[in-house]
Design a protein around this ligand. Sequence first.
Ligand code: SIN
Length: 279
Amino acid sequence: MAYDTLTVSKLTGGCGAEVHGLDLASDLSNRQWDELRHVFFDHGVIFFRDQQLTPEQHIAFARRWGTIDVNKFFVPVPGYPEIAEVRKEKEQKTNIGGGWHTDHSYDAEPAMGSILLAREVPEEGGDTLFSNMYLAYDALSDGLKQTLGSLRAIHSSEHVFGAKSVRSNAERPKRNEHLAVGEVSHPVVITHPDSGKKALYVNSGFTLRFEGWTADESRPLLEMLYRHAVRPEFTCRFRWRAGSIAFWDNRCTWHYAANDYHGHDRLMHRITVAGSKLS
Ligand code: SIN
């Protein structure tokens, strides 16, 4: 699609587009905001380079897209509860987001999007990969689409952020473990509230099982979907520089933070924009 006020280039045929020549700290025209919305909904994840945003400007950019959904479990940037730190220090082995997932699917009203701003990045490594859940859904057989269309899945944060989570020995500080309780249910195939397109909405980070099925019964089909959903032709990979921004739509993409830069620091600031109940 051509845009009048923006220069946009796709990263791959799978997902992702870079928006060139825009300074997000400046006042954008209504036409530019309007086109930016289209780019976002057309490509699932959009990227910007060389943005010198203060935390206040990062917050102001996020508020243009909706209410900020303050993350309960990540350590906030000092003085800015709206901004979560995504940090890995040189002596740490584990990273945040080092598995395919979509943010906040454990919430009854999952986050619409996440805006990740690179503050400090390693010279090599630390890329983020994205995958397109519209394409993943479209590539399924009609028979499986029909089956999945009648199913809901159970999601939770407890096994990731809760007191007994697999991270209990992890190097990262835990926060609000007591809030990581309970389960929510979402359709396995959602109709995206803005694009009207169907997307696969389960993920290996937070989905536990299909509603009404046991975890054992669910596992083979979920694992098949997880393998299918990251076929290379659905994905893109973003190489960060300090000042780069990725803004992804949590309803129609997954992401994965590569953990291949041991011995180096990486610090990102993330703001999550609130979403709505999915159907
Ligand atoms: C995340 O999963 O939100 C973090 C992604 C990244 O650090 O690249």
